[in-house]
Design a protein around this ligand. Structure first.
Ligand SMILES: [Zn+2]
Ligand SMILES: [Zn+2]
Length: 289
Protein backbone atom coordinates (compact mmCIF):
# COMPACT_ATOMS: atom_id res chain seq x y z
CA UNK A 1 0.00 0.00 0.00
CA UNK A 2 1.35 3.42 -0.92
CA UNK A 3 1.45 5.52 2.21
CA UNK A 4 -0.74 8.50 2.15
CA UNK A 5 0.75 11.75 3.37
CA UNK A 6 -2.18 12.18 5.72
CA UNK A 7 -1.40 8.89 7.45
CA UNK A 8 1.12 10.38 9.81
CA UNK A 9 -1.23 13.25 10.53
CA UNK A 10 -3.75 10.71 11.75
CA UNK A 11 -1.43 9.31 14.41
CA UNK A 12 -2.38 9.95 18.00
CA UNK A 13 -0.49 13.01 19.17
CA UNK A 14 0.62 11.30 22.37
CA UNK A 15 2.61 8.71 20.44
CA UNK A 16 5.17 11.37 19.65
CA UNK A 17 6.16 11.36 23.32
CA UNK A 18 7.32 7.78 23.21
CA UNK A 19 11.08 7.28 22.92
CA UNK A 20 12.11 10.74 23.96
CA UNK A 21 9.81 12.52 21.59
CA UNK A 22 10.94 10.70 18.50
CA UNK A 23 8.16 9.20 16.50
CA UNK A 24 9.40 5.93 15.13
CA UNK A 25 6.99 5.49 12.28
CA UNK A 26 8.72 4.85 9.03
CA UNK A 27 6.38 5.32 6.11
CA UNK A 28 7.80 2.37 4.26
CA UNK A 29 6.64 0.24 7.19
CA UNK A 30 3.13 1.54 6.94
CA UNK A 31 1.30 -1.65 6.17
CA UNK A 32 -2.23 -1.67 7.47
CA UNK A 33 -3.53 -5.18 7.90
CA UNK A 34 -0.30 -6.92 6.94
CA UNK A 35 1.38 -6.97 10.30
CA UNK A 36 0.86 -9.97 12.56
CA UNK A 37 3.36 -10.62 15.32
CA UNK A 38 3.64 -12.90 18.30
CA UNK A 39 5.61 -11.15 21.05
CA UNK A 40 5.51 -13.83 23.74
CA UNK A 41 6.83 -17.32 22.98
CA UNK A 42 9.13 -19.84 24.63
CA UNK A 43 11.75 -22.10 23.06
CA UNK A 44 13.84 -24.92 24.48
CA UNK A 45 15.90 -22.27 26.25
CA UNK A 46 13.01 -21.98 28.69
CA UNK A 47 12.84 -24.79 31.26
CA UNK A 48 9.27 -25.50 30.12
CA UNK A 49 9.71 -24.80 26.38
CA UNK A 50 9.46 -27.70 23.95
CA UNK A 51 10.76 -26.65 20.51
CA UNK A 52 13.70 -24.81 19.03
CA UNK A 53 13.88 -21.74 16.81
CA UNK A 54 13.64 -23.56 13.41
CA UNK A 55 10.38 -25.32 14.32
CA UNK A 56 8.99 -22.11 15.80
CA UNK A 57 9.85 -20.14 12.66
CA UNK A 58 8.16 -22.73 10.47
CA UNK A 59 5.08 -22.58 12.69
CA UNK A 60 5.15 -18.79 12.57
CA UNK A 61 5.20 -18.87 8.77
CA UNK A 62 2.32 -21.36 8.81
CA UNK A 63 0.17 -19.06 10.91
CA UNK A 64 0.94 -16.02 8.76
CA UNK A 65 3.09 -14.13 11.26
CA UNK A 66 5.33 -11.38 9.97
CA UNK A 67 7.36 -11.26 13.20
CA UNK A 68 8.21 -13.76 15.91
CA UNK A 69 9.76 -12.64 19.17
CA UNK A 70 11.10 -15.45 21.36
CA UNK A 71 10.89 -14.47 25.02
CA UNK A 72 12.42 -17.25 27.08
CA UNK A 73 12.03 -17.24 30.84
CA UNK A 74 14.43 -15.85 33.33
CA UNK A 75 12.71 -16.00 36.70
CA UNK A 76 14.71 -14.17 39.32
CA UNK A 77 15.74 -16.20 42.38
CA UNK A 78 14.11 -19.30 40.92
CA UNK A 79 17.35 -21.18 40.42
CA UNK A 80 15.85 -22.44 37.17
CA UNK A 81 18.36 -22.91 34.37
CA UNK A 82 18.89 -20.32 31.71
CA UNK A 83 21.53 -20.30 29.01
CA UNK A 84 22.13 -16.71 28.15
CA UNK A 85 25.27 -16.81 26.00
CA UNK A 86 24.37 -20.14 24.44
CA UNK A 87 20.91 -18.86 23.65
CA UNK A 88 22.27 -15.72 22.10
CA UNK A 89 24.72 -17.64 19.92
CA UNK A 90 21.94 -20.00 18.84
CA UNK A 91 19.70 -17.05 18.08
CA UNK A 92 22.32 -15.41 15.88
CA UNK A 93 22.91 -18.68 14.02
CA UNK A 94 19.20 -19.31 13.47
CA UNK A 95 18.58 -15.76 12.40
CA UNK A 96 21.37 -16.03 9.83
CA UNK A 97 19.93 -19.31 8.56
CA UNK A 98 16.30 -18.20 8.63
CA UNK A 99 14.77 -19.18 5.29
CA UNK A 100 11.32 -17.86 6.10
CA UNK A 101 10.20 -14.28 5.60
CA UNK A 102 9.29 -14.09 9.29
CA UNK A 103 11.42 -11.58 11.19
CA UNK A 104 13.00 -13.24 14.23
CA UNK A 105 13.52 -11.13 17.33
CA UNK A 106 15.12 -11.94 20.65
CA UNK A 107 13.28 -11.11 23.81
CA UNK A 108 13.19 -12.28 27.37
CA UNK A 109 10.39 -12.79 29.86
CA UNK A 110 11.97 -11.51 33.03
CA UNK A 111 10.03 -12.74 36.04
CA UNK A 112 9.98 -11.00 39.40
CA UNK A 113 12.85 -8.59 38.79
CA UNK A 114 12.32 -6.84 42.12
CA UNK A 115 12.93 -10.05 44.07
CA UNK A 116 16.66 -9.48 43.45
CA UNK A 117 17.60 -6.39 41.51
CA UNK A 118 21.25 -7.41 41.21
CA UNK A 119 20.32 -10.59 39.41
CA UNK A 120 17.73 -8.71 37.35
CA UNK A 121 20.24 -6.08 36.24
CA UNK A 122 22.62 -8.82 35.17
CA UNK A 123 19.82 -10.59 33.28
CA UNK A 124 18.72 -7.59 31.23
CA UNK A 125 22.22 -6.52 30.33
CA UNK A 126 23.63 -9.98 29.52
CA UNK A 127 22.91 -9.76 25.78
CA UNK A 128 21.35 -7.10 23.52
CA UNK A 129 17.68 -8.00 23.64
CA UNK A 130 15.12 -6.58 21.24
CA UNK A 131 12.33 -6.69 23.78
CA UNK A 132 11.80 -7.35 27.48
CA UNK A 133 8.58 -8.47 29.13
CA UNK A 134 8.46 -7.64 32.83
CA UNK A 135 6.36 -10.32 34.43
CA UNK A 136 5.33 -10.84 38.02
CA UNK A 137 4.54 -14.50 38.63
CA UNK A 138 5.12 -14.54 42.36
CA UNK A 139 4.71 -12.23 45.33
CA UNK A 140 7.75 -11.58 47.48
CA UNK A 141 8.60 -14.65 49.51
CA UNK A 142 5.96 -16.73 47.73
CA UNK A 143 5.89 -19.31 44.97
CA UNK A 144 4.50 -18.79 41.47
CA UNK A 145 0.71 -18.38 41.32
CA UNK A 146 0.80 -21.61 39.35
CA UNK A 147 1.26 -23.28 42.75
CA UNK A 148 -0.98 -20.93 44.75
CA UNK A 149 -4.30 -21.61 43.14
CA UNK A 150 -6.21 -19.02 45.21
CA UNK A 151 -9.09 -21.38 45.83
CA UNK A 152 -11.11 -19.10 48.09
CA UNK A 153 -12.24 -15.53 47.55
CA UNK A 154 -10.24 -14.44 50.61
CA UNK A 155 -7.05 -15.99 49.26
CA UNK A 156 -7.57 -14.43 45.86
CA UNK A 157 -8.27 -10.95 47.17
CA UNK A 158 -5.34 -11.07 49.58
CA UNK A 159 -3.15 -12.10 46.67
CA UNK A 160 -4.49 -9.38 44.38
CA UNK A 161 -4.06 -6.72 47.06
CA UNK A 162 -0.42 -7.73 47.52
CA UNK A 163 0.08 -8.00 43.76
CA UNK A 164 -1.11 -4.43 43.18
CA UNK A 165 0.96 -3.23 46.14
CA UNK A 166 4.14 -4.83 44.77
CA UNK A 167 3.80 -3.86 41.08
CA UNK A 168 4.76 -0.16 41.50
CA UNK A 169 8.27 -1.16 42.62
CA UNK A 170 8.71 -3.17 39.42
CA UNK A 171 7.49 -0.26 37.31
CA UNK A 172 9.76 2.16 39.16
CA UNK A 173 12.74 -0.12 38.38
CA UNK A 174 11.53 -0.01 34.81
CA UNK A 175 14.09 -2.01 32.83
CA UNK A 176 11.48 -3.71 30.72
CA UNK A 177 9.22 -2.73 27.83
CA UNK A 178 5.79 -4.13 28.63
CA UNK A 179 4.21 -5.53 31.77
CA UNK A 180 3.43 -9.22 31.18
CA UNK A 181 -0.01 -10.77 31.62
CA UNK A 182 -1.36 -8.13 34.00
CA UNK A 183 -3.57 -9.68 36.71
CA UNK A 184 -1.66 -12.95 36.59
CA UNK A 185 -3.11 -14.10 39.97
CA UNK A 186 -6.33 -14.79 38.04
CA UNK A 187 -4.73 -17.26 35.65
CA UNK A 188 -4.87 -20.32 37.85
CA UNK A 189 -7.80 -19.69 40.13
CA UNK A 190 -10.97 -21.69 39.50
CA UNK A 191 -13.07 -18.85 40.93
CA UNK A 192 -15.34 -17.34 38.26
CA UNK A 193 -13.96 -13.81 38.34
CA UNK A 194 -15.47 -11.80 35.48
CA UNK A 195 -14.49 -8.27 36.40
CA UNK A 196 -11.85 -6.50 38.46
CA UNK A 197 -12.88 -2.92 37.91
CA UNK A 198 -15.42 -2.40 40.68
CA UNK A 199 -12.97 -3.53 43.32
CA UNK A 200 -9.55 -2.69 41.87
CA UNK A 201 -10.22 0.29 39.62
CA UNK A 202 -8.05 2.62 41.72
CA UNK A 203 -5.14 0.17 41.86
CA UNK A 204 -5.31 -0.43 38.11
CA UNK A 205 -5.45 3.29 37.35
CA UNK A 206 -2.39 3.80 39.53
CA UNK A 207 -0.47 1.02 37.74
CA UNK A 208 -1.50 2.46 34.36
CA UNK A 209 -0.50 6.01 35.29
CA UNK A 210 2.93 4.78 36.36
CA UNK A 211 3.38 2.70 33.21
CA UNK A 212 2.21 5.47 30.90
CA UNK A 213 4.44 8.08 32.51
CA UNK A 214 7.42 5.73 32.25
CA UNK A 215 6.78 5.15 28.52
CA UNK A 216 6.02 1.46 29.14
CA UNK A 217 3.25 -0.72 27.81
CA UNK A 218 1.27 -3.81 28.56
CA UNK A 219 0.86 -7.06 26.72
CA UNK A 220 -2.33 -8.85 25.82
CA UNK A 221 -1.57 -12.47 26.67
CA UNK A 222 -3.71 -14.93 24.70
CA UNK A 223 -2.71 -18.09 26.57
CA UNK A 224 -5.38 -20.50 27.79
CA UNK A 225 -8.97 -19.75 28.65
CA UNK A 226 -8.32 -16.42 30.35
CA UNK A 227 -6.91 -13.78 28.08
CA UNK A 228 -5.09 -11.34 30.35
CA UNK A 229 -5.82 -8.63 30.98
CA UNK A 230 -9.59 -8.69 30.45
CA UNK A 231 -11.18 -6.51 27.76
CA UNK A 232 -12.43 -4.02 30.38
CA UNK A 233 -8.84 -3.57 31.57
CA UNK A 234 -7.57 -2.99 28.02
CA UNK A 235 -10.25 -0.33 27.67
CA UNK A 236 -9.12 1.24 30.95
CA UNK A 237 -5.50 1.30 29.71
CA UNK A 238 -6.66 3.22 26.66
CA UNK A 239 -8.81 5.53 28.78
CA UNK A 240 -5.75 6.22 30.97
CA UNK A 241 -3.76 7.30 27.92
CA UNK A 242 -2.02 3.98 27.40
CA UNK A 243 -0.87 3.40 23.84
CA UNK A 244 1.69 0.61 23.90
CA UNK A 245 0.27 -2.91 23.67
CA UNK A 246 1.94 -6.06 22.34
CA UNK A 247 0.11 -9.34 21.75
CA UNK A 248 1.53 -12.76 22.55
CA UNK A 249 0.44 -16.38 22.53
CA UNK A 250 2.70 -17.35 25.46
CA UNK A 251 3.17 -20.55 23.46
CA UNK A 252 5.58 -23.09 24.90
CA UNK A 253 5.47 -25.36 21.80
CA UNK A 254 5.84 -24.63 18.10
CA UNK A 255 2.22 -25.71 17.62
CA UNK A 256 1.13 -22.80 19.82
CA UNK A 257 3.15 -20.09 18.08
CA UNK A 258 0.79 -17.40 16.83
CA UNK A 259 -2.22 -18.95 18.52
CA UNK A 260 -4.82 -16.31 19.33
CA UNK A 261 -2.76 -13.39 18.02
CA UNK A 262 -5.20 -12.41 15.25
CA UNK A 263 -8.02 -12.67 17.80
CA UNK A 264 -5.99 -10.45 20.13
CA UNK A 265 -5.57 -7.81 17.42
CA UNK A 266 -9.35 -7.94 16.89
CA UNK A 267 -9.93 -7.46 20.60
CA UNK A 268 -7.67 -4.41 20.58
CA UNK A 269 -9.55 -2.98 17.60
CA UNK A 270 -12.84 -3.55 19.44
CA UNK A 271 -11.54 -1.53 22.36
CA UNK A 272 -10.49 1.28 20.02
CA UNK A 273 -6.77 0.73 19.54
CA UNK A 274 -5.60 1.38 16.00
CA UNK A 275 -1.97 0.41 16.55
CA UNK A 276 -0.04 -2.41 18.08
CA UNK A 277 3.52 -2.05 19.37
CA UNK A 278 6.55 -3.81 17.94
CA UNK A 279 10.15 -3.65 19.11
CA UNK A 280 13.68 -3.90 17.79
CA UNK A 281 16.73 -3.24 19.95
CA UNK A 282 14.38 -2.06 22.69
CA UNK A 283 12.91 0.70 20.53
CA UNK A 284 9.20 0.78 20.01
CA UNK A 285 7.40 1.39 16.75
CA UNK A 286 3.71 1.15 15.99
CA UNK A 287 1.98 -0.87 13.33
CA UNK A 288 -1.55 -0.21 12.15
CA UNK A 289 -4.05 -2.95 12.92
ZN1 LIG B 1 4.65 -15.49 32.33
ZN1 LIG C 1 5.54 -16.76 29.16
Amino acid sequence: MVPDASAEMALPAKLAHVNNGRTLFALHEWRYGMFLADYHTHSTFSPDGRDGFPAMLEAARGTGLTELCVTDHRDILSGRPFLTQERYDAFLTERAMNKTDVKLLLGIELGEATHDLTEAEEAVSAVPYDFIIGSYHALKGERDFYHLKCETEDELHQALARYFAELPELIAWGKFDVLGHLNYPLRYTALPVKTLLPRYGDELRNVFRLLRDAGKGIELNMSGQKKLPFKEILALWRECGGEIVTVGSDGHRAADVGRGVAEGFELLRDVGFRFVAAYEQRRVRFEGI
